[in-house]
Design a protein around this ligand. Structure first.
Ligand SMILES: [Zn+2]
Length: 127
């Protein structure tokens, strides 16, 4: 009985990690696969919001996702003063072209069960 329970748990974990190590966008599975955040800024009148989406992507797709985040910030981030401007400049010029890759990378894979917003807020808090 005990052995069976262990085996079931093992299989669940295996399935989980396999899904996490595939690129969310192209499905490729290689050594460049990493979990990353893609931060963007949206401003509405005087309010600015810092948000991010996240996922496991290959290097190529991380660059595409980050480009998307930069374009969103470029279009929607500037309008709030001062934070919209400050955060947008940060996203456009100071974040890596591959998004934010937290180190160590592995714990975030497990955490990706929770929402992107929660993960990103946690990341900003601990930075
Ligand atoms: Zn990919």
């Amino acid at each position: 009985m005990g052995q069976k329970m262990k085996e079931e748990k093992f299989y669940e974990y295996e399935e989980l990690s396999e899904a996490y190590y595939k690129c969310k966008r192209c499905g490729k599975s290689d050594s460049s696969i990493k979990f990353a955040f893609f931060p963007y800024v949206v401003s509405i009148l005087v309010l600015s919001f810092r948000r991010a989406w996240s996922g496991v992507f290959c290097e190529e797709c991380r660059k595409k996702e980050m480009l998307k985040a930069k374009l969103i910030s470029l279009l929607l981030g500037w309008w709030g003063i001062p934070w919209g401007v400050i955060w947008t400049i940060k996203v456009l010029f100071f974040e890596s072209n591959e998004g934010i890759i937290p180190e160590p990378n592995f714990p975030y894979l497990i955490l990706s069960q929770i929402s992107d917003k929660q993960i990103y807020e946690e990341y900003l808090k601990n930075k």
